[in-house]
Write a protein that binds this ligand. Structure first.
Ligand code: NAP
Length: 241
């Protein structure tokens, strides 16, 4: 049994990779550049009792994603990736009035176009096997819109809409497609934010942990979650959306 986690070298993706390994999956860890951290995730997967592989490619590139996934499939003709977690993401916050075209484009290609780039090469084999689980990492920002994040909110909002659309396309084939929308989770991504000020606005008065998000993703990836599809599940300590 194989699962792919994009952005699996650090943060939420790493915690998800370990969670899926504990469920018995061999986990393919995609990442962009951080070889040492990706290797560490692989070791954690092995400690959890399964195995994994590193799949280094830029999710914002359709060509790179297609080539990497086709190569993997050619090397594993009898297997298929039945769980896909589209998790890789970046933020480049700025008020729109100051935002450069590249800041808007890079966030869209990494957080939204990546959904197409990675899902497209894998969906056909899920359909053929009549089983699959796709979980897309959205954000509170994609539901509510957050100032300074027109690019990120647009990408995550688009990802939520794509989740709902694809869910309806493949439901008959026993493939579920859901999104998870975290609030503030303690990872490298939130470094530099004013934690004290933000915590004050969160009813639970704390940031979430990557493992808490991973538990939710693990449930959505499980057989038990088979009748949940097209949903967006918030995990944010009670932050109003
Ligand atoms: P993180 O700690 O910054 O990790 C980002 C991961 O994405 C890393 O593994 C990174 O690989 C990978 N990545 C970035 N760009 C990539 C690319 N072009 N191609 C392939 N991999 C790429 O982030 P995180 O906080 O765990 O966030 C994970 C997801 O949750 C993101 O989609 C984020 O938007 C979402 N999210 C996070 C929060 C939060 O509070 N942390 C809240 C809501 C939603 P390298 O290690 O090689 O750089």
């Amino acid at each position: 049994m194989y699962a792919l986690v994009t952005g699996g070298s650090r943060g939420i993706g790493r915690a998800v990779a370990v969670r899926l390994a504990k469920m018995g999956y061999n986990v393919l860890i995609n990442y962009m550049s951080n070889d040492a951290e990706a290797q560490k995730t692989l070791e954690m997967i092995r400690e959890a009792g399964t195995d994994g592989e590193l799949l280094k490619f830029d999710v914002s590139s359709a060509e790179e994603a297609k080539a990497a996934l086709e190569n993997w499939q050619a090397a594993h003709p009898d297997d298929y990736i039945e769980v896909l977690v589209n998790n890789a993401g970046i933020r480049k916050d700025n008020l729109l009035v100051f935002m450069e075209p590249a800041e808007f484009q890079r966030v869209l290609t990494t957080n939204l176009f990546s959904f197409y780039n990675v899902t497209h090469p894998l969906i056909e084999s899920m359909i053929r096997h009549k089983y699959g689980r796709i979980i897309n990492m959205a954000s509170l920002s994609g539901l509510k819109g957050l100032p300074g994040q027109c690019n990120y909110s647009a990408a995550k909002g688009g990802l939520i809409a794509a989740t709902k659309a694809l869910a309806q396309e493949v439901a008959r084939k026993n493939i579920t497609v859901n999104a998870v929308a975290p609030g503030f989770v303690r990872t490298d991504m939130v470094e530099g934010l004013d934690e004290a000020e933000l915590k004050a606005q969160i009813p639970m008065k704390r940031f979430g942990e990557a493992e808490e998000v991973a538990n939710l993703v693990g449930f959505l990836a499980s057989k038990e979650a088979g009748y949940i599809t097209g949903e967006v599940i918030s995990i944010n300590g009670g932050l109003y959306t």
